[in-house]
Design a protein around this ligand. Sequence first.
Ligand code: MLT
Length: 263
Amino acid sequence: MNVTVNGLPVSVDVAGAGEPILFVHGFPLNRRMWQAQTTSLSDHFHVIAPDLRGFGAGQEVSPVVTMEEYADDLAALLDALDVREPVNLCGLSMGGYVAFAFFRRHRQRLRRLMLCDTKAVADTPEKKLDRERTADDVLKHGTAKIVQEIPGSLLCNETILTRPEIIRAVREIMAEISSAGVAAALRGMAVRRDSSDLLKHIDVPTLVLCGADDAVSPPAEMRSMAEMIPKAVFVQVPSAGHLSPVENPADVNDAIRDFLMRH
Ligand code: MLT
């Protein structure tokens, strides 16, 4: 469905009834990365998976969108959908950075957190420069290069060698994102706050979920992150890299169900 949020048209997949789960996609993806979760989990939950600002079709976007702006859009989306009860927020990678911002700004709207393949630290100076260079390149030459290159760094070897349909699907999603949306998110991530000191203050039950072969936010780093969060459970997902919900949806869906039932 389409709703207007903070003056912008937003595409959002909404299905099912029960406790709400708000899915926040990673970069440079959109709500479609959660298809296996929304299809399965809508049997018991009210699933909500929006495109973030700049990741939807036909949206104008400013040169930088911060994690705080994405988080405020999500709160406004919940208002637009009349979701008043606290939600379970599940964010992957950049979606996790947005989850930290949502925790800081909208704590009262959170029931639980699910942090998938993400990290708490801010960018290094080198990473910031690299993002700025990529943003410039994408604005000048379009997204074809990153659509070609990025899936190789996000997916695990097993997926790359044996599941060409997943590489195709990820590329199709990436190809839908505008250059302006990609550049704005890159610049927003480059200026995001370091959330390491926030971890000990996260007082909601939290699932920390990581693909066993995630090279971007590796299991050892995510396990340490989970150890800092008072009420966290750490789950490692086999046969998955950085895009665990796409690469191994069955295990990710089981982990989410189990966490939401027990905690
Ligand atoms: C993502 O998957 O959202 C990205 O890897 C996040 C990032 O570039 O830091």
